[in-house]
Design a protein around this ligand. Structure first.
Ligand code: MN3
Length: 249
């Protein structure tokens, strides 16, 4: 009897340890995996994070099939190819992807296209939400007001940047080295972090204007896609990024 009790106690103690170990492991994994999300909006890993909502959650602007293909095929491909490039070019994938992008001229075109592609999409998914839209608030609203005159004027400028990008690319709201908010666009999968980019700074909000982002529903009507996109912009997330960028700049 006594033996049984003892062994049961030992078993429970061991189980407790195992459970504790698993929780700690998960905590470490989860804090690492969450990098780039609200907790650490300026650190992006090399692997794709789960989409923060369902494929059909943004239907008012982007259809479910487009979201599925975009996330699970296009963006997933960038991540896979980025990991391959990182292996080939001996990049430490435990370090932030941002470090690579800031020095992208020292790497291959494969790293530039896929590193940019992965980073841009990780940011893009988080910059949208089912209950998004409306207007920016707080410090971001003030900075947009003083930088562009009004939220409307800013939206018009970014919309024009997206419409005017010839071929494939991105429109950006970014913070330049003088801590000023600016709008611009980049070709392909480049972004303002890259040392090869014409526009340089910290990306705050990115808009994907590749045809794969909108063609199923909007066909050639990119302006219609951009106008609808504003109704799902996650301004809380954008403001957090802006505030972090101001602190770090
Ligand atoms: Mn895309």
């Amino acid at each position: 009897m006594e033996n049984k009790k003892t062994s049961r106690r030992i078993f429970l103690a061991d189980t407790g340890k195992a459970t504790l170990g698993i929780s700690l492991g998960l905590a470490a994994f989860s804090s690492c995996n969450n990098s780039g999300s609200n907790g650490d909006a300026f650190i992006t890993g090399f692997e794709q994070k789960p989409l923060p909502y369902a494929y059909d959650a943004l239907e008012k602007a982007i259809d479910a099939r487009t979201m599925e293909l975009h996330y699970s095929k296009h963006a997933s491909g960038y991540s896979t190819n980025l990991l391959a490039a990182a292996k080939e070019e001996s990049v430490d994938t435990t370090k932030p992807l941002e470090d690579v992008l800031r020095n992208i001229s020292k790497y291959t075109v494969k790293m530039r296209n896929n590193g940019g592609g992965h980073y841009n999409h990780e940011l893009f998914w988080q910059s949208m939400a089912p209950d998004g839209g409306g207007e920016p608030a707080g410090s971001l609203a003030e900075a947009i007001q003083s930088g562009f005159g009004s939220a409307e004027a800013f939206k018009t400028e970014m919309t024009e940047a997206g419409k005017g990008r010839f071929g494939s690319g991105w429109a950006w709201l970014f913070l330049d080295s003088d801590k000023k908010l600016r709008v611009g666009s980049t070709p392909n999968q480049d972004n303002p972090l890259m040392d090869v980019s014409d526009i340089k700074g910290t990306p705050i909000l990115g808009l994907d204007v590749w045809e794969h982002a909108y063609y199923l529903r909007y066909q050639n009507k990119r302006p219609d896609y951009i106008n609808a996109w504003w109704t799902v912009v996650n301004w809380n997330f954008v403001r957090e990024r802006y505030e972090r960028a101001m602190k770090n700049a």
